[in-house]
Design a protein around this ligand. Structure first.
Ligand code: ADP
Length: 277
């Protein structure tokens, strides 16, 4: 019945905390669809429901009304919630929550315990992820021997351990200086592109939002704006299409372009007309 291509779908999702006079409507009829591979930023003032929404998507909390579907599963009907989380979702929080007595490598291995039988495989996968986040040389370091940005990289590698379809990040750059924040953000963007991981990130950081493909703005438990960010290539092409050159190419009254076949000119004209829409 549901669209199979959606990775996330919430249907009339509402969440009310408390009851009576102290009741707080944290989510109010949220209908959100995201497809696999999307990189979505969730923004809005403090208390507008961002974390509540993220928690619902990760099956960390139950809705008051409505449905949440992730990767084809109705979260209210899960037989084993822990299994769903381990299988399908990777979490990254503002504070990394690494285990202080385990090395970087061991921290990344933790979510694979009981899921990947062979210790050798767990180690290999953890090492691969450590390399992916640029910290292969820090495998044996303990969290307190690493910088805040490095710890957050380890947390990202750990979130990817079981190759989740969805990564949920709650203010992942919130506790970092701006340089480290920038790097974490780039890393998330790369993972989104290279691994095709769908990422939903709650953030106050404009730069994070700009790096994503889509920005959801929330207010009082509702999504009040759903904005798609154009990629830089499309942005440049658009600038070209609206330039003098673009206009010249579009103008069929003009003399034929030199050094270009009529077929090529027709293609250019079609492309520019499309971009100018
Ligand atoms: P945001 O992440 O946008 O800051 P939250 O999702 O954390 O917002 O909170 C949304 C609203 O729900 C807030 O008014 C908050 O006070 C309330 N809230 C969140 N969690 C709880 C809870 N466990 N019990 C009661 N109220 C809560």
């Amino acid at each position: 019945m549901l669209m199979t291509e959606a990775l996330i779908e919430t249907i009339h999702l509402s969440k009310i905390y408390g009851s009576g006079e102290t009741a707080v409507r944290a989510l109010d009829d949220v209908n959100l669809t995201a497809t696999p591979g999307e990189f979505v930023a969730i923004m809005g003032p403090s208390g507008c429901g961002k974390s509540t929404l993220l928690n619902m998507l990760g099956a960390l909390d139950q809705p008051t009304a409505g449905e949440v579907w992730v990767a084809g599963e109705n979260l209210a009907k899960l037989k084993n919630v822990d299994d769903f989380r381990a299988r399908t979702v990777g979490f990254i929080f503002q504070l990394h929550n690494l285990l202080p007595t385990l090395t970087a490598l061991e921290n990344i291995e933790t979510p694979m315990q009981g899921r990947v039988a062979s210790a050798r495989r767990r180690r290999d996968r953890a090492m691969h992820l450590l390399t992916l986040v640029g910290l292969a040389a820090r495998a044996r370091h303990l969290p307190n021997q690493l910088s805040g940005g490095q710890r957050q990289r380890i947390a990202i590698a750990r979130a990817l351990a079981n190759n989740p379809k969805l990564v949920l990040a709650d203010e992942p750059t919130g506790a970092l200086d701006s340089q480290s924040g920038e790097e974490i953000l780039q890393l998330l963007g790369e993972l989104n592109r290279s691994e095709g991981t769908t990422i939903a990130v709650v953030t106050h950081d404009r730069r994070v939002a700009q790096a994503t493909q889509r920005i959801l703005r929330m207010q009082d438990g509702r999504i009040v704006e759903d904005h798609r960010v154009r990629n830089p290539l499309e942005e440049d092409l658009r600038a070209l299409a609206f330039s003098k050159l673009g206009e010249t190419i579009l103008d069929t009254e003009d003399a034929p372009m030199q050094g270009v076949t009529p077929e090529e000119e027709a293609i250019l004209r079609k492309l520019i007309a499309r971009l100018r829409k």
